[in-house]
Ligand binder design. Structure first.
Ligand code: G6P
Length: 613
């Protein structure tokens, strides 16, 4: 949720640190800070955006050849300068991602040793703990930063990625990783570090991913890594393929807008693996993929947020097309409840980032219950979730920066549809003509999405009216009910309008009581077998003076009237229709947020990757 960058180099590292923070700002934007070594430790911290920090750095003309920097999303302690990273103890400075679970007891212990705390964070505990080892106050001692960090991390419980520097070792950057991503970049004149590859690729594509338990020491000339057992290890050097401009805004005003419009391309890239269902099989990576699909008797999907709604759509597909039971559960619920494991069940975890703490924990929980058949659907190939699952299906949406997920969601849907076809094929429930029809439809998806994007001017007009409202209801049926949920989530995330979604059949069981002329009701209305029932629900709303915004397929014969605004979708799209409808709802949320003037890409209180519980 926070972002880390660090560097040790022959020249001034400040521009790299600030560029890195700008790239990672979407991950946390409560406050930012950096520490540099230049005749002693210099630190600057600012509440708010990275631009505030940039002004401070320019004002104080800060520079240095060794430095660390951080962008924060508050967990322990309010957003305030005193809580912003880096945290210092004596002459050392630390930046940290993650949560230290035993920080309370460590804090008491360190206070008793005379260390003074100036923040409410768990991170400051780490700074004092490392210092305590350097000052031989905790039994064992170490006179090097590398040694002291290796001692300190043995006593930290929780998840962390750390970057540490020290006045007395002006050429040394120390990193540690347990549970939170951290990687280093090999440059021509030094070494670089970041919690996300996107912050490094502007400088170097030669990356090395640290593993859990690793502690690394980098100087300008060399890197030394030890693993959790203290053994010196080498980590493989990989060449990153992330496009350097993938994280640039280009002609767009917001990342969310860019990512909405990138969907045809993202879907095309994700579907590239497709060449018939046999070809799809090749996209499903991992040993024994085929045997697993033959063997499983049911599917359990675990995910959070938008990814869980992708799972909910897939449930309709899997049961209808592959004829096997499929359930979906929020990862944070599953991980803490007693459930009945079934060793023939396929566990599917879905995550854009592959870092979501609850989803990782749900996967680990499933494995601890004896589940062997696990599949990760993820947009980040090197993420923790991908590494921990037996099988993987990688979406190729490209980096998603806007906090509200868009292209990650539609590529997850496309991937889940392919998975459905594979399961159906394995069970013999897919005849050749259906297979060809589905494959034709999915191949045509990028073009169909392109047509939905051309509706933007009409959606912008609807958004004008909508933005005056304080609440909204979203209705859908069948596989479009999760799309109503996702539409409501998008709206509340970025426009702060309170929005709830219901299966349209539930309208009479409560939400109808809320309907009056001030309550807009958004209806997802594809031309499927539930259309007539949906029309009846719309009449119920109109009869109570409610204002309807209907996203209707071309052939539904629903037409605009007083209190009834129809947005006509370009074509009816069968099973894959949820992919088209959600794009229209993404545009609605985006334009309502624009009218309201909210911070679309960085909505208040939210984070892109929820790496803590
Ligand atoms: C956060 C993000 C959402 C995302 C959810 C799950 O809440 O703001 O956009 O859907 O996490 O994230 P994941 O990376 O696991 O898909």
């Amino acid at each position: 949720m926070c972002g880390i960058v660090g560097a040790v180099s022959a020249g001034d590292v400040t521009p790299f640190l600030l560029n890195g923070l700008n790239t990672l700002e979407y991950r946390g934007y409560d406050s930012a800070g950096l520490a540099l070594l230049n005749d002693g430790l210099r630190r600057a911290r600012a509440v708010g955006r990275v631009s505030e920090l940039e002004s401070l750095v320019a004002q104080d003309a800060l520079a240095g050849r060794l430095g660390i920097a951080h962008t924060r999303w508050a967990t322990h302690g309010v957003p305030a300068e005193r809580n912003a990273h880096p945290h210092v103890s004596g002459g050392l400075a630390v930046v940290h991602n993650g949560i230290i679970e035993n920080y309370g007891e460590l804090r008491e212990q360190l206070k008793a040793l005379g260390y003074e705390f100036t923040s409410d964070t768990d991170t400051e505990t780490i700074a004092h703990l490392i210092q305590a080892y350097l000052e031989s106050k905790l039994g064992s001692s170490s006179n090097s930063l590398f040694g002291a960090v290796r001692e300190a991390v043995k006593h930290l419980k929780g998840a962390f990625a750390l970057a540490v520097i020290r006045e007395d070792e002006p050429d040394t950057l120390v990193l540690a990783r347990e549970g939170s991503p951290l990687m280093l970049g090999i440059g021509n004149d030094g070494y670089f570090a970041a919690s996300d590859a996107s912050a490094l690729v502007g400088e170097t594509r030669r990356l090395m991913y640290l593993e859990n338990g690793d502690v690394a020491q980098m100087t300008r000339q060399a890197v030394t890594i030890v693993d959790g057992s203290g053994r010196a290890v080498e980590r493989e050097e990989v060449i990153s393929t992330i496009a350097a401009d993938a994280v640039q805004l280009g002609e767009f005003n917001h990342y969310m807008q860019k990512e909405i419009f990138e969907q045809p391309q993202a879907l095309g890239n994700t579907l590239e693996m497709l060449g018939g269902v046999e070809g799809v099989q090749a996209g499903l990576l991992g040993a024994d993929a085929e045997q697993t699909l033959d063997l499983v008797d049911s599917v359990l999907i675990l995910a959070c947020g938008t990814s869980s709604y992708a799972g909910m759509v897939a449930r309709y597909w899997v049961e209808a097309i592959a004829s096997i039971p499929c359930s979906v559960e929020i990862a944070s619920e599953y991980r803490y409840r007693q459930s009945v494991p079934n060793e023939r069940q396929l566990i599917v975890v879905i995550s854009q980032s592959g870092e979501t703490a609850d989803t990782i924990a749900a996967l680990e929980h499933a494995k601890s219950l004896g589940h062997r058949h696990t599949l990760a659907i993820c947009n980040v190939p090197e993420s923790a979730i991908v590494r921990q699952a037996a099988l993987r299906f990688i979406t190729r949406a490209g980096p998603e920066i806007g906090v509200a997920s868009t292209k990650a969601f539609t590529t997850q849907l496309a991937t889940l549809f392919l998975l459905t076809l594979l399961l159906a094929k394995a069970r013999g429930t897919l005849d050749a003509s259906d297979e060809q029809r589905y494959l034709g439809e999915i191949r045509h998806l990028p073009v169909a999405v392109e047509k939905v994007l051309s509706l933007e001017p009409s959606i912008r007009k609807l958004a004008q009216r909508f933005s005056q409202k304080r609440h909204a209801l979203f209705l859908g049926r069948g596989r479009h009910y999760p799309i109503a949920l996702e539409g409501a989530l998008k709206l509340k995330e970025i426009s702060y309008i309170h929005a709830e979604a219901y299966p349209a059949g539930e309208l009479k069981h409560g939400p109808l009581a809320l309907v009056d002329d001030d309550m807009p009701v958004v209806v997802v209305a594809p031309n499927d077998q539930l259309l007539e029932k949906l029309k009846a629900n719309m009449e119920e709303v109109r009869a109570r003076g409610g204002e309807l915004y209907v996203f209707a397929d071309g052939d539904t014969r629903v037409t605009s009237a007083s209190g009834l605004h129809v947005l006509r979708m370009p074509e009816h799209y069968g099973e894959l229709s949820p992919v088209l409808h959600v794009v229209a709802l993404q545009l609605l949320a985006y334009h309502v947020a624009l009218v309201k003037g909210t911070d679309v890409d960085k909505p208040r209180n939210l984070a892109k990757s929820v790496t803590v519980e």
